[in-house]
Structures are given as structure tokens and as C-alpha cells.
Design a protein around this ligand. Sequence first.
Ligand code: PRP
Ligand code: URA
Length: 207
Amino acid sequence: MIYELFNPVTKTLVTHLRDQRRDAIRFRHTVAELTKQLVYEALKEFPLIEKEIIPWQGSGCFSTIDEENIVVVTVLRAGMPMLDSVMELLPSAVAGFLAMKRDETTHESKLYYDRLPDCKGKNILLVDPMVATGGSMNDAIDLIKTREPLKIIMLNIIGSPEGLERVHSAHPDIDIYIAQIDEKLDKNKYIIPGLGDAGDRAYNTPE
Ligand code: PRP
Ligand code: URA
């Protein structure tokens, strides 16, 4: 299923991201805030375990997400602020990294670095702000699935209808949580209205 967030705060933060006056540090902070909203929504029915902690009185077990069983996979570069944000909420989760670059002529994504941890039986949160053609997400999912995870959940900020449909039809088992579904792709496969190149916006690297 594809779940779009309709909270007014979410929509406000997406509008902030679209504003080209938003500088890189505030862009990354806003991406991080939106990521937290996506995590709350995506994990709202997630099972809890009981964990022994040291409370202020005596001893006892208390409810928590089993963080160690979660792997957060990001796609460099634009996914980095999202990874940091998830790890702030779930500090014992395990991080995984994929590096991909879209070829701006063919618009195909190319994997050039894979640093996935053990994914077998784990819950994977796959984070990337942009779903344009959906090629990067599909390639990432194809690879992660070869490592036998329990479940994959996608967290994204802006997607095109065609890119999301492409991912959903290739991987109907995956739940997609997204802050904003935009109108379409342009002839260069950029999202309209979108926000431009998320990696460039986040790290001050205009073409
Ligand atoms: C962006 C974005 C996605 C990809 C989406 O990365 O972060 O990974 O494009 O496009 P797709 O759905 O058509 O595959 P980009 O290749 O621009 O790299 P960057 O993060 O280094 O800027
Ligand atoms: N990658 C981006 O960062 N933005 C787009 O609109 C498309 C791909």
C-alpha cells in the first residue's frame, strides 16, 4: 500500500523544502523532521517487546520497539539526513548504505557501493527523499530482498505518481509511507513541482 501523510504540518514542511531560498542546513533539518513524522506513521502499529531496564525504583521490564531488529538502509547522498533522523529516534537500529547515481541521460540508477549489514529476518526501513522514476528504489529493494529480510518499509518525502506505481507494481508487498505525492515527471525525469535535486539541495552542490 502507498500511504500519503495529510497532516497540515507535513504539508507545511514539504512547502518549506520546495522553497529554493531554504539553505542546505535548514533543508537537511526539514528533511529530518519530515522523516520523524514518517517513522511515527509507519511504525504506529509496530509490535512492542518488553525489555529490562534500570528504572528509578527497583527493577522491571518496559515496552519498546526491538530496535536491534531494525535495519535502516539509506541511498547516498540525499538519503543521509533521513538515516540520521531515524537513528536519532531508534539509536540501536543498524545502518546500511547503498550508493547510487542516476545517469542523467538514460535516467537509470547505477549501484556503485553496497554496505548492507545482515538483513536476514530483520525489518528494513528504506529511506530516500525522492521517488522519481522509481528505478533507484526498485534496484535497492531487489538487492535487499536477496538478503532475506522479514519486511521492507519505504519512507520517502516526495514521489511522482508514475514512480510510485512502478515500485508498487514490482513490489506490492512493500508499504510506502510518503509525505507528498506530486503531479508528474518532466522530460528529464525530475519531479514536478518537486524541489529540484535533493542531493544538491542538501549538500550545496549545484550542477
Ligand atoms: C536522487 C534521489 C533518488 C533518485 C530518485 O538521487 O535521492 O535516489 O534520485 O530517482 P529515480 O526514482 O528516478 O531513481 P541522485 O541520483 O540524484 O543522487 P544524489 O542523492 O547523490 O543527488
Ligand atoms: N532526484 C531528485 O533529487 N529530484 C528529482 O526530481 C528527481 C530525481
